[in-house]
Design a protein around this ligand. Structure first.
Ligand SMILES: NC(=O)c1ccc[n+]([C@@H]2O[C@H](COP(=O)([O-])OP(=O)(O)OC[C@H]3O[C@@H](n4cnc5c(N)ncnc54)[C@H](OP(=O)(O)O)[C@@H]3O)[C@@H](O)[C@H]2O)c1
Length: 338
């Protein structure tokens, strides 16, 4: 089988296609013939050497796939053979075949293409946990979604609209028209202006009930300042540090130095909450993931979960796919097809 190997830290030239023996399923595992694999920002940070959760290099990245079950290990329901599924993969998803624990597989919604289905697991589970589980977003509340035009951003918009929240979103200006068509109430250009005063003006100085922030560093301080009373800040990434080589290390150090501390008395007196989310640290909670996924798949059937694939790149074009995201050209999901 062919795999996309991140051979070492560096630019897109370190990504190579390599032939490897087909995987053999262990007990409790299934082998999926991959039809589409999600490309996530984490894959880019890993290539840049800025993602501590990634496997040692050389490695095959990939947190999610859609495909067809081809083989099963001991103890797995034989009825699964030939089923179309989506799955979370603890790396290795960017390959023609991948072994996954059967508990990490879910039926592919019939109405979706394989490419659309591969856009579900990471983006929608992250958005679901941020908005509904930890962020407790309620009807009539307001939410600020940073990087609203990205994969997680669009997923968060779908969920916020379903809840009946007022949505504010930061994104590069080229994405604003699309975002408004998708239902975003207020699009903010955060590239050419300071988004915080704009948000304050839009909310009559009050701020919002929930901010989800994958930018990190000093942005978390600003996002905290954007909360109204009983507001919550969900922190889930440090994309502000993204860069290749020495520049990336510098940006990471800067982000760490600018990271705010939240004192309990400050939270108490301002009626605010802060929380962090890392989906990659939830592998030991498959029951929770399965519950959230059940709601998400129901949302697909009901029409309010609408995974949006911007572009599908072939495995051979993986370098272009990375650059496409790094250059902020993507609106929604980028997937890789074998
Ligand atoms: N903690 C978790 O469990 C978890 C799970 C999934 C994703 N995440 C994080 O969530 C963020 C979004 O992930 P995603 O996979 O959905 O990717 P994505 O949103 O498709 O990421 C690409 C977009 O991010 C924006 N961006 C912000 N800073 C950037 C930078 N320095 N360089 C390039 N683009 C930048 C750009 O859009 P605009 O310029 O339009 O804003 C770009 O188009 C990432 O930080 C990721 O690490 C965390």
């Amino acid at each position: 089988m062919r795999q996309i190997v991140t051979t070492r830290n560096g630019g897109v030239e370190v990504l190579q296609i390599e032939e490897k023996p087909d995987p053999i399923p262990k007990s409790g595992e299934a082998i999926i013939r991959v039809r589409a694999a999600g490309l996530n920002f984490a894959d880019i940070l890993a290539r840049q050497g800025l993602y501590p959760d990634g496997p040692p290099k050389p490695c095959v990245m990939g947190y999610e796939v859609s495909g067809v079950v081809e083989a099963l290990g001991e103890g797995v329901n034989t009825g699964l053979i030939g089923k179309s599924v989506v799955a979370l993969t603890r790396f290795g998803g960017q390959a023609e075949l991948v072994a996954v624990k059967a508990t990490q597989m879910f039926d592919k919604p019939k109405s979706l293409t394989f490419e659309q289905a591969a856009a579900i697991p990471v983006n929608y589970l992250t958005a679901y946990a941020l908005l509904l589980v930890m962020g407790s977003l309620h009807e009539g509340e307001s939410v600020l979604v940073h990087n609203a035009g990205g994969g997680v951003g669009l997923a968060a918009l779908d969920i916020a609209k379903k809840v009946g929240a007022v949505t504010y979103g930061t994104a590069s200006p080229s994405k604003h028209k699309f975002l408004v068509e998708r239902g975003l109430d207020h699009a903010i250009d955060y590239r050419s202006q300071d988004w915080l005063p704009v948000l304050k003006e839009l909310t009559d100085g009050r701020g919002v009930d929930l901010v989800i922030d994958p930018l990190g560093g000093g942005h978390w301080k600003k996002s905290y300042a954007a909360l109204r009373h009983t507001g919550r800040l969900g922190m889930f990434g440090i994309s502000t540090a993204s860069a290749t080589g020495f520049q990336g290390k510098l940006k990471l150090v800067k982000a760490v130095l600018q990271t705010p501390w939240f004192h309990p008395f400050g939270l108490l007196n301002r009626n605010r909450g802060v929380f962090g989310l890392n989906l990659g640290h939830l592998w030991h909670e498959p029951e929770k993931i399965a519950l959230w996924m059940r709601d998400i798949v129901r949302g697909v059937d009901e029409g309010w979960i609408r995974p949006y694939v911007d572009r599908a790149f072939s495995f051979d074009q993986v370098g272009e796919a990375h650059s496409y995201i790094e250059e902020r050209k993507n609106t929604g999901k980028v997937v890789l097809v074998p």
